[in-house]
Design a protein. Sequence first.
Length: 550
Amino acid sequence: NETVSKNFIENIIDKDLAEGVYDTVHTRFPPEPNGYLHIGHAKSILLNYGLAQEYNGKFNMRFDDTNPTKEKSEFVESIKADIKWLGADWEDRLFFASDYFGQMYEAAIKLIKKGKAYVCDLTADEIRQYRGTLTEPGKESPYRNRSVEENLQLFEEMKEGKYADGEKVLRAKIDMASPNMNMRDPVIYRVAHMTHHRTGDTWCIYPMYDFAHPIEDAIEGITHSICTLEFEDHRPLYDWVVRELEYPHPPKQIEFAKLYLTNVVTGKRYIKKLVEDGIVDGWDDPRLVSIAALRRRGFTPESIKMFVDLCGVSKANSSVDYAMLEYCIREDLKLKRPRMMAVMDPIKLVIDNYPEGQVEYLDAPNNMENEALGTRKIPFSGELYIERDDFMIDPPRKYKRLFVGTEVRLMNAYFVTCTGYEADDDGTVRVVHCTYDPATKGGNAPDGRKVKGTIHWVEATNAKEATVRLYENIVDEEKGVYNKEDGSLNVNPNSLTTVTAYVEPALMEAKGYDSFQFVRNGFYCADIHDSKEGAPVFNRIVSLKSSFRL
Ligand code: ATP
Ligand code: MG
Ligand code: MG
């Protein structure tokens, strides 16, 4: 679409292609398999995949599994499932950075031979002290001028397992006086006697991220290596690595701002704590924003793509309102899902002039705004359930629903006129009475008279009970996300409310991930874990009401 202006990354790519810097576009998504993906990762996935699509290029899926401490195979599978679900297709280009350990080792040897890397015996603390500060240059390591031969031998011995963790490291020999701290002889290989989830005990030396990542990109022929802003001042090191290793078509790092959602928790350690404390029922609890949680809640890939597109791509950090994500799912489901009737907080409505014991079946459109979804039959009789708040004894002036003396429309059915009610001594209404006008079948009066309100209902003898879960933010927005004293989360004690609703019988067929609009209320999705055959549990995805405006 020509009228949509391009983002700054597209502008860089256009320029690169025009100037012949690259003749193709090749992107990648490189997660560490150390946790579940969240909405922020979705932005990166869709951005990288989208650019490959837009420029007829390629998109790689790569597990950046060079750090054996935190990585687990379990996460590899969940990450793959999430990316597939989002629709980013890596075809046959699934890679593991750990498959390049041999090439990374060779790359280190190459640097040593060029006099661009050395084995250093300083401890981690000493290295930190020697590095200096922003205002003061660093001090050279006493091991900096070891000969190439000695370095080759010591690095070989590191690999052979002769040294304990931390005893020796390999450092790039760059510039201890650089204003960029990352260039002050960064560590590029360390000794770590650890079992890797894929390479087992083959290696006891592992490359550092800043060394490994550009090599991974170069090996795969990546052109535009897109990462988040915190890597901006690592870019000189990225460029140094690909230059010194003399790759013929070096990749280029481009940074963009992370996606943040206001008052929403994405940090792994906070979510881990919520899971451990039993406050949520796992990493995919519908109140979280992991991709698995959003899927379970009933979000669609389309809604997430819409959201990410609306957020745009920028260099400036900002935070987006969760309401925008809700807007996107409402927009996506509005025409796609059937609109069913469910009563959350029921009271009985008795139609006193309806034939005793009779049940009829009325035609109802599945979606008034989308005829393609067809119609269904819904039972109707003289005893219905309606929402408690659709009736009032003493209504305020603008109240358009039921009170004694008014006529309203029962959605898809008839006009009814309220004639009275029965209440307990404490004023709790038990039953509302009315009469119906048989001539208004389908919801319109032949004489053209109008009603102000339309309410939903379910027929009492056919209604089914269903468990419905209503959600609020898991964090207490009033208090702020984090506790000022100890940095812990301020948890909202009311983030989950479970109610038993009366629903129309057709809803009992719902299977996990099936979603619906419950008219006048919200969008709901059958829970994939807790729904049983014939007994779905519905999670509220989002309510219909919103003050959010685009
Ligand atoms: P987290 O700590 O939240 O898991 P991460 O940076 O450790 O995030 P990685 O697995 O290293 O996650 O990231 C994979 C890719 O996703 C990286 O390219 C990273 O820049 C990107 N990414 C991570 N978080 C966000 C975010 N909030 N917005 C956009 N991209 C993100
Ligand atoms: Mg991560
Ligand atoms: Mg990371």
